[in-house]
Design a protein around this ligand. Structure first.
Ligand code: BGC
Length: 408
């Protein structure tokens, strides 16, 4: 994947922004003509309304919209009261509910969409691509004007999303990129390459803090290969770790350093635990493991459990999601770090985009795009934040549920 920014950002694979507004304009003219001729028979016709409005939107107005919306992100409920969204049907297709962030998304989308006056159809696909395709089909049939999609497999929804687009439905990617399709209007996510960088930096910090002098024995884990985030997390992490592997500071004892060797199919914690068991049995009978790169919290806990079972000292392990159990483990010193990517903020950002679309104001402006293999997709990015015991109270200051887990 290629991510593009207009300004700043030292993330690998960046190129200069070249967002193509022209194709949108052409599309909007066609849509306007179609509406005038009365031939647009899509479900709800939200896309037609917006594209017309977007043509009239000046860049300055777009900036203003974006600023207003980022302010709204902080207070979704208040924002909902101020909005005059006028209702509408919104589908939300989630990949599974197997990690806390997705379970939270299910609840928070329902709360925030209903508070903003929308009817919500929310479904999760249990990691099964055909099930998710079917769920999206039925959302189109049930008149959804916007469909929010966290894909099971970023590249397997092309035709159903094209179908949504043809029916006049907006499609917003949620947390994960939608690849190889023109049927996507934008993606809301936390910086995925940045997330990997933070994980690797935390791993190094923990090794220096807790494991004495280099060299350090480490192992590498990646997430589910069908999830477009997983290779990005790994790429970000390796941009930090590879030079230190090359100079001998870090030793990957198993020799497994390719994403394909390190990936964890379906983000399945038990698969990660088995892989860690095998690596320890095969390589660590007479040496200690110092650290492990883990792509999320569930896998981090599986890795730590495997090491404990093998009688190893607990290695420094990174994570992601600030899941409750891992927040407790970070606080007690069992897991070194996690990365917070608050679901409520990501859902609020998504709902503010839906307000803009269904309010006739088009997609908000953004400086970031990602090449999804077919088009440059506008990306609405929030910053992930690394969490260790040292800063946990600061990071969770506004999160009473997680604050309650930080007990001595
Ligand atoms: C999400 C993570 C999550 C993982 C497994 C990723 O796409 O960004 O938050 O832990 O999927 O569900």
């Amino acid at each position: 994947m290629y991510i593009t920014r207009k300004t700043g950002g030292k993330i690998p694979k960046f190129k200069k922004e070249e967002r193509n507004y022209e194709s949108k304009k052409v599309l909007s003219l066609l849509m306007t003509a179609a509406l005038a001729a009365g031939v647009l028979t899509g479900c709800g016709g939200g896309r037609g309304t917006e594209e017309t409005a977007q043509t009239a939107e000046t860049p300055a107005a777009a900036e203003e919209t974006a600023e207003t919306e980022s302010a709204e992100t902080a207070e979704p409920e208040e924002a909902a009261e101020e909005e005059t969204a006028g209702g509408g049907i919104v589908g939300v297709a989630l990949p599974w509910l197997g990690t806390q962030n997705w379970a939270e998304a299910e609840v928070m989308f329902k709360e925030q969409l209903e508070a903003a006056g929308y009817e919500a159809i929310i479904q999760a696909a249990d990691q099964k691509v055909p099930q998710q395709q079917q769920q999206i089909e039925s959302m189109i049939e049930n008149g959804a004007q916007v469909i929010v999609v966290g894909p099971v497999d970023g590249s397997q929804l092309g035709s159903v999303l094209e179908k949504a687009k043809d029916a006049g439905v907006y499609v917003i990617g949620y947390d994960r990129l939608l690849e190889n399709t023109t049927g996507v209007d934008g993606v809301v996510q936390f910086g995925s390459v940045k997330t990997g960088e933070l994980q690797a930096q935390a791993l190094l910090q923990g090794l220096e803090e807790l494991k004495g002098e280099a060299p350090y024995n480490i192992e590498l884990f990646g997430g589910g290969p069908a999830d477009p985030n997983a290779p990005n997390f790994f790429t970000g992490a390796m941009s930090v770790l590879q030079p230190l592997i090359d100079d001998g500071t870090l030793v990957v004892v198993s020799g497994q350093t390719d994403f394909t060797q390190c990936a964890t199919v379906d983000w399945d914690n038990s698969k990660a635990q088995s892989r860690m068991d095998a690596i320890l049995a095969g390589n660590y009978s007479d040496i200690e493991i110092d650290g492990v790169l883990s792509p999320n919290d569930g896998i981090a806990r599986a890795i730590i459990t495997s090491c404990e079972n093998a009688g190893q000292p607990i290695p420094v392990v990174s994570g992601l999601d600030a899941e409750n159990e891992s927040v407790e483990w970070v606080w007690s010193g069992r897991q070194y770090s996690t990365v917070a990517k608050p679901t409520n903020a990501l859902v609020a950002e998504t709902v503010s985009i839906i307000d803009s679309l269904l309010g006739g104001n088009g997609m908000p402006a953004t400086d970031v795009t990602a090449d999804n293999g077919v088009i440059d997709v506008p990306i609405y990015e929030l910053p992930p934040v690394v969490v260790t015991k040292d800063n946990a109270k600061e990071v969770f200051a506004d999160d009473p549920d997680r604050m309650a887990l930080l007990k001595d």
